[in-house]
Every structure is written in structure tokens, then in C-alpha cells.
Design a protein around this ligand. Structure first.
Ligand SMILES: Nc1ncnc2c1ncn2[C@@H]1O[C@H](COP(=O)(O)OP(=O)(O)OP(=O)(O)O)[C@@H](O)[C@H]1O
Length: 882
């Protein structure tokens, strides 16, 4: 019997090897991405079914087959783990094995949770940096691996994530902890109770200790909270607070009438507040509560003096702000500064510095707001509201505190304090925004507390039944069809002129750029002003409403257009009916605009593209990406900003930080990556490369169009993010020309050139993928390619004249000279027809041409293959843009 089992394990082991070999064939990379897809393995998986399960009719025999498969997979897993490390390319086998395990478990051919058992072991076996890689895997497959049989997997997921969190330092690996939490939040249903703190327990171990100051004779009385006559006067011993002395002025009075304590006096009072923050139940004791109130008032009084000082020095604040931004931009890695230490540093020496720091004060006040909300949930009003609510028969009493009440006076005090804090938080840099976020978070939190009181009822809504769906559809139709139809349906263009004018003009009118171009932002300004006038002058309600509606529609459209190019201005817009800020010239304008009349031109008459999405240029190494980008940058100095990548590799001779790359350490790179700081990243030859989100956003904030060189893997990541950009592929005229350029450039040894040529073939092949690139150019004659690229970027490829680089420039050459642009080279089709063809047709025309180009070349040139092992070929492939 035992022998039979071993045979079965061996038999499955062979099938598993076959699956892994197939995986190697279909997945050409050594990275976590892309995931394997099931259809590629269907035939072998069917054999698994027929060999192991077709005769296993009973539950028992199915279980036996599961055990066989589990053992074989674990054997393979252990072997892989023993003979490879996560940093080597060969580790891709492990990702493949996990992918295959997920196919098998989805098909119920092995234990449903086996994948997560393996992941748990894998996490246990790795260092933190290895765990990051494993998390890359988990995140990239999250939906797929948690979709089926989740109830069998959830405990293992929870356990391995918690185990990992226990290993991580909250201070050092803050961002990674965040990734783990986010993974859990995304995997578990929102209403899952497994991580809810049902008994309302507090994190009491998190005790904040602070220095004991040597007591000064003269100050000894004021140092003691209870013995301070001022503070004492605000609290009565039984915890029902006495009102502030001047009770007619609410809450805020303390700082106006009392001098704040000295820093030494405040220090112990301030840090003892933390005791109430981590155990709010302590405040049920009246003595603690009065101490808390006094401490809080003293803290607020001190904070207010700091805020006043800051407000009194606005110029310095702005200067600091500016200096900060400048430094950050030049370094390009300010995201690092966002890492924070979740445990307070309480040394007395730091206290002044801390209270003069805005974010520190904000931190403390948010803690206070949380506690105040907790206290207010015990007020008479809150209790009454809760008693009226429909609670289940068995509410969760441990978070209700039914025997605790907040007295009326204390309620008034808490409300006043809350108001006072709100006013305080709204001041200062982005204060209003900060407070709005805090307010939103806290109000959501109240809902969660309520849900806990209700004993976490399921929040899954039942699916809509077909009957309800049909009824809702019918009533929606009824509600809408009675309305007066618009002469032009929403979202479509007015075609009336087609019937009105002479047939011969119609085609010309259809070509009018105004019909398909995105209008400029400024063109809305006067129209919105007219609407404003109509609103003011409207004689009746109906016309006023019509004008308001019309203004709202225009405002919405202009904001949409502005969202691609003037995102910075959005911060300044407070109300949706007042969007004047959007018409202000943006950052780059004061430097370059002379008359401010046309926002699409700079002072030299240079044109800004209407489409200001980032331009991403890809193509084989040596095809001329760098050359063409440099030409664009040189000829449109103020229009484009070239993206500089981050890398962990050491600078080569002559390379300048910030110009060629941002050279960062591995740790800095990880922090950025974990904090979602990269739009895309990749590893080549053991070094990491990435495109920082911030770098690109900074270029946009300067009013420039980002221009980025990127390989196809980077583009894939951008596309996965749904990132709005224009993707352009540069193809070589043929392989021997490419080879010649690489040799002439002289920057690569012979073996690299061959590898680059091999990679080039793959990239050209990949570029044929329908819709992957928005535009492809064959870089034959450099100047012609440049002109076509420029025309495309500036949206002038359908115009006769390309954009003027300088006001005096000669007219450009005609496009039809060479086959530079793929569409133009497509047989006899006139340009207009090709341009109007459905995108797919254009793409396939392009693919055919590319294929033909490369084929002709392959037939004539010596085959450029079999020079590098797969791993190295891949490495060089990634290197094409690094
Ligand atoms: N259309 C062209 N005709 C002839 N030579 C060209 C053309 N375009 C570029 N070159 C030359 O080809 C060489 C390679 O160009 P470039 O360095 O710009 O390529 P690249 O695509 O940026 O390469 P990499 O990705 O390796 O950085 C350079 O010497 C450049 O001058």
C-alpha cells in the first residue's frame, strides 16, 4: 500500500515537472510578473484530472488523491527552497510552482489552502527583504488566489500575515507593515469579524514614559497639576467639571485669560495625557478626568501661543516652504522624509522642538479628538440616540459602557474643546484640508463603533433578484422617457450643419479641428462669465436654473480638461461654482508668457501640446530614443521635462546624481517602493530601477509635459495602473541598420550588441500587440522621424504645417517623403483614409508592415540568435532603457 502511494506521488511529480517545464517555455521572464495563465496548461491539467480523479468517486479516495498531490508539491517546494535563493533568477521556478498550485487548488485537485501553507513556510524561511518579494507575488495575484474557497484559506492568510507583522518593526518597516495590512483588508470581506476588536480592548502595553524633571523650589507648586490654583479652579473633585472662570466665552477662554504654563511646567502634564489616550476608561474616574481636562486646557493654551507665533511670521513660513520644495525637487526623493516614527520621543530636550512642529501638534490633537468622541458617546444625547436605535437582542455590551454617563457640564466642556481644537487645526498650512480628512475619518469611525455595538451584523447586501432588476429598469425608463428630449443627445456633437450647407463644404466642415480637438481651458472663461451674468440677471427661476446648469456643465468640462495639465490649481478651488483659479496662468507661465492671451504658447511662440499627458517612448536599444528625446528637449526647451529614474546601482564615471539617475541605496529604494512611490520598477543585473511618481508629478507641476524613455515591462506596469500617457514605439528600419547604429555609437562590446539585437526582435514583435502602443514610428531618416514625432505629440499630424519651433522657422518638409511613419507607408491608402480607419485596422496594418520589415531583414541578414542564455537575454532586454 505504501509502495503504491509512493508510485502515485512519483507519477504526479512527473506531471508537475512537465507543468514547470511548460511554465518556463511560456513565461520568458525571471520576475514575479507576469502570472501564468491556466489555458497554457490545460492539456496537462486534464491529464491530472483523468489520472488521479476520474476513478476517485468517493470522498475518501478524492482525499487520498489530494494527499498525493500535496506531498508531491511540497517535495518540489522543499527542493526548490533548498537549492535556490530568492535573489537568483532561478527562483522564478518557485513563483511558477505557486501559480500551478493555485490552478490545482481552484480545481479542487489539492488542498484549497495549500498555496498559502507554502507561502507561510516561504515567509518563515526568508529575511524581511525576501518577504517583500513574496509580497510582490501575493499582491500581484491577490484577486486570483483569494477568489475561490476563501473560507478554507482565510485562517492561514491571517496567521501568516500576523506572523510577518510580528517580525516587522513598526518604525523601520512602516510602509511594509502598511502593505501587509492593505493586503489583509483587500483579501478579507469588509464585514469580516476576524480582526475586529470586539471587546473594545485598548493597547495598554503602549505606555509612554517621560523624563522626571528635578523639581525647582520656586515652581514646585505650579508643577503639580492638582496643586495649581488656576487648573484646580476648573475642575471639581467629583469629576463634574467646574466651568472655566469666564464661562460666557466658550472653551477657548483659557488661553485668552490665562498665561500658558512654562514649558517645564507643561512637560509632565502634557506627556501624562498619553495615559488617558491609551486607556480612556481611566477617565471614568473623576479625579483622572479633572486632571485630563486641566492638562488638555494647558496644552491647548501652549499650542495656541505657538500657532500665533507662526501666523505672525508668515513670510518665514513661506520661505521655508519654498526652500523645502526646492530641496526636495532637486533630490527627487523627498518621499523618504515621509517615513515616520509611530512612538513618541519624550525627552525633555526635544519638547520645545516638538511643540513647535505643526505635524506633532496635529498628531496630539487628533488623539485628543478621538478621546473626546469616545467621551461624547457617553453623553445623555448620545445614549438617548442609541436607545432609540434598533439594536439586536444581543448587543455587544462590552463596547456600550451602559453604566457610564458624561455629565451635562462635561459634555459642554467636551463640545467646546472639540470646537476649539477644530478651529485650531483649520489654521496653518493646508489646515482646512487636514481637518476635513480628520473629521471624515472620525465620523466613519463612529459608524464602525455602532456596528460593533450591533454585534457586527453582516454588511453583505443580498443580490438583486431578476424581478427587482426588471422592475427597477422599467421604472427608470418610465422616469426618463417622459422628459423632453434634447435636440442633441448628451455627449454627441451637433450635426445640424450637415443638412444645412452645401454638400461640397460638408466634408471640409467635418474636418474642422474644433470638432474633435479638446478645447483650450481659457476658451471656457468668457462662456462661464456669460453664464454668471445670466444667473445674476435672470428674470425668473427657470432661466436662472438653466443658467446655473449651463455653468455647472462648463465648469465640469473645464475641470476635466484641466485635470490632465493643471492639477495643482485644484487645491486652490474651494467651491465648485467658483473655479477662477483654473484660468490663472500656471507655474511656468509667469516666466514665459508675455501677454497671457494664448495659454497654449510660450513667449517664443512655441506651442504646448493640447494633449499634455506624459509621452512615453519605447523601442530597441540603439533605435534613437535618446537622440530624438534630446532633439525634442532642445527644440522645445520649456515644453518638456525629461524623467530621471531612480536606481540602486553605483554611479558610473561621469554620471551625475539627479541628471542621469537618482542614485539611492537599496533601503531608500525599498521605502519608496513600499510607499507606492514608483510608477514602475524593475530589476536588472541585481540593481533596481524605478520611475518615481513624485519626479513625474513635479514635472507636471512645473507646467511641463513629462517625457520618459521606458521598456515594455515598465509600460506594462503603467498600463496596469491605468496611467494616462501616450505610448510611442520607435522601430528600426531593419536589423542591420540597428546593428550599425549600435556599433557606431561604440558604447557596447560585441556580445552585448548581439544580445541587444535579439532583444530588439522581441520588442518589435511585442509592439505588434494590438493597442499596446498609441503610435509607432520607424526611425529611418532622423530629421523626418523627428518631424513626424513632433507633429504627433503636438497633435498636428493631421495638419499640413507642423508646430513652429521658432517664429521664424521655415515650413517643414512634407510627410510623404519616406516611409518613416508606419501609417503613411501603408501601401496606396491615402493618408486621410488610413487615419480614419478603425484603430484595429491601423494597428494590424502597422503590424504587417513591421513584420515585413523585420522579415526582409532576417532573410537577408545572418540570423542573430543563440548567443546568450535566456536569463542574460532577458537581462539585456530590460537594460534597453536603463
Ligand atoms: N535615424 C537615425 N539615423 C542614423 N543614426 C541614428 C538615427 N537615430 C539615432 N541614430 C544614432 O544611433 C545611435 C543610437 O541612438 P540612441 O543612443 O539615441 O539610441 P537609444 O534608443 O536611446 O539607445 P539606448 O536605449 O541604448 O539608450 C546614436 O549614435 C545616434 O546618433
Amino acid at each position: 500500500m505504501a509502495g503504491h502511494e509512493v508510485q502515485a506521488v512519483d507519477a504526479f511529480g512527473e506531471l508537475l515537472n512537465e507543468l514547470l517545464v511548460r511554465a518556463e517555455q511560456v513565461k520568458q521572464t525571471n520576475t514575479v510578473e507576469p502570472p501564468l495563465i491556466k489555458p497554457d496548461f490545460q492539456d496537462i491539467l486534464e491529464r491530472v484530472e483523468s489520472t488521479f480523479f476520474s476513478s476517485a468517486k468517493t470522498l475518501e479516495s478524492r482525499k487520498q488523491s489530494h494527499a498525493v498531490i500535496d506531498i508531491a508539491i511540497r517535495d518540489k517546494f522543499n527542493n526548490l527552497l533548498a537549492c535556490t535563493t530568492i535573489d537568483t533568477p532561478y527562483f522564478v521556478q518557485m513563483w511558477n510552482l505557486l501559480d500551478i498550485t493555485s490552478f490545482l487548488s481552484d480545481d479542487e485537485q489539492c488542498d484549497s489552502a495549500l498555496l498559502f501553507w507554502l507561502v507561510e513556510e516561504l515567509l518563515d524561511s526568508q529575511t524581511i527583504s525576501g518577504c517583500r518579494r513574496i509580497f510582490d507575488y501575493l499582491e500581484s495575484r491577490r484577486q486570483r488566489i483569494t477568489a475561490k474557497h476563501f473560507s478554507q484559506k482565510n485562517l492561514v492568510i491571517l496567521r501568516s500575515c500576523n506572523e510577518l507583522l510580528r517580525r516587522l518593526s513598526r518604525a523601520e518597516d512602516t510602509a511594509f507593515c502598511g502593505r501587509v495590512f492593505i493586503f489583509m483588508f483587500q483579501s478579507f470581506p469588509l464585514g469580516d469579524r476576524s480582526s475586529v476588536n470586539l471587546r473594545g480592548e485598548y493597547h495598554t502595553e503602549n505606555v509612554t514614559t517621560f523624563d522626571e524633571l528635578p523639581s525647582k523650589e520656586s515652581d514646585s507648586e505650579r508643577m503639580d497639576v492638582d496643586s495649581d490654583p488656576n487648573l484646580k479652579s476648573k475642575s471639581t473633585p467629583n469629576g463634574t467639571a467646574g466651568k472655566p472662570e469666564d464661562s460666557s466665552v466658550k472653551g477657548v477662554t483659557f488661553s485668552k485669560t490665562e498665561a500658558p504654563l512654562s514649558v517645564d511646567e507643561l512637560y509632565p502634564i502634557f506627556w501624562s495625557l498619553q495615559g488617558s489616550f491609551n486607556q480612556p476608561k481611566k477617565l471614568f474616574d473623576p479625579t483622572n478626568f479633572s486632571g485630563f481636562k486641566a492638562g488638555l486646557e494647558a496644552t491647548m493654551a501652549m499650542f495656541k501661543t505657538v500657532q500665533t507665533e507662526m501666523v505672525g511670521r508668515p513670510v518665514k513660513v513661506t520661505e521655508d516652504g519654498k526652500r523645502g520644495t526646492k530641496r526636495k525637487r532637486s533630490q527627487g526623493d523627498d518621499d523618504l522624509a515621509n517615513a515616520f516614527n509611530p512612538k513618541y520621543l519624550t525627552s525633555r530636550d526635544l519638547f520645545e522642538l516638538e511643540i513647535s512642529d505643526l505635524s506633532f501638534r496635529r498628531n496630539i490633537l487628533v488623539q485628543v479628538l478621538i478621546v473626546l468622541d469616545f467621551l461624547l458617546s457617553l453623553s445623555a444625547k448620545a445614549k438617548e440616540k442609541l436607545s432609540k436605535a434598533k439594536l439586536p437582542d444581543n448587543p455587544n455590551k462590552s463596547v456600550m459602557y451602559a453604566d457610564q454617563f458624561l455629565s451635562e457640564d462635561d459634555t459642554t466642556w467636551a463640545l467646546d474643546m472639540k470646537r476649539s481644537i477644530a478651529e485650531y487645526l483649520k489654521q496653518g498650512v493646508e489646515g482646512a484640508f487636514f481637518y476635513r480628512v480628520v473629521e471624515t475619518v472620525l465620523s466613519r469611525d463612529k459608524n464602525w463603533v455602532r456596528w460593533k455595538i450591533e454585534n457586527c451584523p453582516s454588511i453583505t447586501r443580498p443580490a438583486v433578484s431578476p424581478e427587482e432588476y426588471v422592475a427597477a429598469k422599467a421604472s427608470a425608463r418610465k422616469a426618463t422617457t417622459n422628459k423632453r428630449l434634447r435636440p442633441t443627445p448628451l455627449g454627441s456633437l451637433d450635426l445640424k450643419f450637415l443638412s444645412e450647407s452645401d454638400d461640397r463644404d460638408v466634408l471640409e466642415k467635418l474636418k474642422d479641428p474644433a470638432r474633435y480637438r479638446i478645447p483650450s481651458i481659457k476658451s471656457f472663461k468668457s462662456k462661464i462669465e456669460l453664464d454668471d451674468m445670466d444667473i445674476d440677471m435672470a428674470r425668473d427661476e427657470e432661466s436662472k436654473n438653466a443658467a446655473i446648469e449651463s455653468k455647472a456643465s462648463k465648469s465640469w468640462r473645464v475641470l476635466r480638461i484641466a485635470s490632465t495639465s493643471k492639477l495643482v490649481a485644484f487645491d486652490k478651488i474651494e467651491r465648485s461654482d467658483k473655479i477662477d483659479e483654473i484660468f490663472q496662468d500656471d507655474v511656468v507661465k509667469p516666466e514665459v508668457t508675455t501677454n497671457g492671451e494664448d495659454e497654449s504658447q510660450d513667449a517664443d511662440g512655441r506651442v504646448f501640446p493640447e494633449d499634455r499627458r506624459p509621452v512615453v517612448i519605447s523601442g530597441p536599444s540603439g533605435v534613437g530614443k535618446g537622440t530624438l528625446i534630446k532633439m525634442l528637449m532642445d527644440r522645445h526647451t520649456k515644453v518638456f521635462g525629461r524623467k530621471v529614474s531612480h536606481t540602486t546601482r553605483a554611479p558610473r564615471e561621469g554620471e551625475v546624481h539627479g541628471e542621469h539617475y537618482f542614485f539611492v541605496s537599496k533601503e531608500q529604494f525599498d521605502v519608496l517602493r513600499d510607499g507606492d512611490g514608483f510608477l514602475e520598477y524593475n530589476t536588472y543585473n541585481g540593481s533596481n530601477y524605478g520611475t518615481s511618481r513624485k519626479v513625474v508629478e513635479d514635472i507636471i507641476a512645473q507646467g511641463k509635459v513629462p517625457i520618459m524613455e521606458m521598456d515594455m515591462h515598465g509600460i506594462e506596469q503603467l498600463k496596469d495602473l491605468g496611467y494616462a500617457a501616450r505610448f510611442i514605439f520607435l522601430a528600426p528600419p531593419n536589423l542591420s541598420e540597428l546593428e550599425q547604429r549600435l556599433r557606431q555609437r561604440g558604447s557596447d562590446p560585441d556580445e552585448n550588441i548581439q544580445a541587444r539585437l535579439d532583444t530588439a526582435k522581441k520588442e518589435v514583435e511585442h509592439a505588434k500587440l494590438e493597442g499596446f502602443y498609441d503610435k509607432t514610428f520607424v526611425n529611418d531618416d532622423l530629421e523626418t522621424t523627428y518631424k513626424n514625432l513632433e507633429k504627433y505629440i503636438f497633435g498636428d499630424d493631421d495638419k499640413d504645417e507642423p508646430p513652429r519651433s521658432t517664429p521664424t522657422e521655415e515650413p517643414k518638409e512634407s510627410l510623404e517623403v519616406t516611409n518613416t511613419e508606419v501609417e503613411m507607408a501603408d501601401g496606396d491608402a491615402p493618408a486621410a483614409e488610413v487615419a480614419e480607419a478603425a484603430p484595429n485596422e491601423v494597428v494590424s496594418a502597422r503590424s504587417e508592415l513591421l513584420e515585413a520589415t523585420m522579415k526582409t531583414e532576417e532573410e537577408t541578414a545572418a540570423p542573430a540568435e543563440d548567443h546568450l542564455p535566456a536569463a542574460e537575454t532577458k537581462a539585456v532586454e530590460s537594460d534597453s532603457t536603463k
